[in-house]
Design a protein around this ligand. Structure first.
Ligand code: TRP
Length: 337
């Protein structure tokens, strides 16, 4: 039965292992709610992960761990298509075609590439890292989605996707849906606990600023209680002047569903310590069952692998005809059958 709902596709690199609070509140939780109103395709971007060196066993472990966490967060494999990028060969195949439509200068202007290349140095910067955005273009276009839910940092990659879809369509005839970025809410953006003007990231300067969901809840509680707060004592949301307190209020609001305003009232006249102690409890109450559910999936890798295999099969049902259409347009001979 053809679906009336519009389609979304998103992806996450599985290389980090444990998700952090920023990944969860900033992306994966949105994925769960999008299931209500869209046809959702969610991908573990393992091909993207190897654009920087990975230990093979760690990559395999982290891919299963990422899948388990996505499921534990509430992505339902009956309603969403959850798959590993490497299980769907059409991604690499369409990426090649897209590479041949992308200008070298155009790719050189991708800011995330420039940042990552600066970190990797000349030796560590691979051609794969350079064409990373083009692979992402292929990921998206294969599924003909209307929307691509991503954080602000991925906007340029979605713009490139639009440009290449339009270029392909203009050159070869209407083939791809030109998708839009569905930029996840600014309120979902979580900052480092020790450096609350920097986005929470696995490459945090200090591990104390980073809340990994799979960490021991006790250790997590301690990190929250020792979060950096701002001068003054008032508990008020003010990103400019009180980035530390604002980040804590935002995490609190996101995990409980309470509004920031309600929290400001609750903590009126109280000290930072009270906010931190309570938030530590809130976070522990969230991560404890989350870790348990994730572990249950990990304890049964055969089932997990079956979920991914079924997802890849469903993904290919969409990706394969799109690739065939693109190959035809480009002028490739169809193999005789
Ligand atoms: N580059 C994305 C990130 O780092 C992950 C990703 C890969 C992705 N392919 C995608 C996101 C396709 C959206 C659509 O967050």
């Amino acid at each position: 039965m053809a679906s009336e709902r519009s389609r979304v596709l998103s992806g996450i690199q599985p290389s980090a292992g444990s998700f952090h609070l920023g990944n969860y509140l900033g992306a994966v939780r949105q994925w769960v709610s999008l299931q209500e109103s869209y046809d959702t395709y969610y991908m573990l971007a393992d091909l993207h992960a190897i654009t920087v060196a990975q230990d093979p066993e760690a990559l395999r472990t982290n891919t299963r761990l990422s899948a388990a966490q996505i499921l534990a967060a509430g992505v339902d494999p009956e309603r969403s298509v959850l798959f590993a990028q490497s299980h769907v060969p059409e991604h690499a195949e369409l990426a090649w075609v897209m590479n041949c439509l992308t200008g070298f200068g155009e790719a050189s202007r991708m800011t995330q590439f420039k940042d990552k290349a600066a970190k990797q140095g000349a030796e560590g910067t691979t051609v794969g890292l350079f064409t990373y955005p083009v692979l992402q273009v292929a990921d998206i276009l294969l599924y003909q989605p209307q929307q691509v839910p991503v954080g602000e940092d991925q906007r340029q990659h979605v713009e490139l996707t639009r440009d290449l879809a339009e270029r392909f369509n203009a050159r070869y005839g209407e083939t791809f849906v030109v998708p839009e970025a569905y930029i996840l809410k600014e309120t979902a953006k979580i900052y480092d606990l020790q450096e609350p003007t920097a986005k929470m990231s696995k490459s945090a300067a200090s591990p104390k600023g980073l809340v990994n969901l799979m960490d021991e809840p006790k250790a997590t509680a301690k990190k929250i209680r020792s979060a950096v707060t701002d001068t003054g004592s008032e508990i008020r949301f003010d990103r400019e002047n009180k980035p530390g307190v604002s980040n804590l209020l935002n995490i609190y609001a996101n995990l409980t569903g309470l509004t920031v305003q309600a929290l400001e009232e609750k903590y009126q006249g109280k000290l930072y310590g009270a906010l931190k102690t309570d938030l530590a409890d809130v976070v522990v109450d969230f991560v404890t069952p989350f870790r348990d559910r994730t572990r249950e999936y990990l304890d049964d890798p055969a089932t997990l692998d079956k979920i991914l295999a079924a997802g890849a099969e469903k993904a290919r049902e969409v990706a394969s005809p799109t690739l065939t259409a693109a190959y035809d347009k480009v002028g490739f001979l169809r193999p005789a059958r």
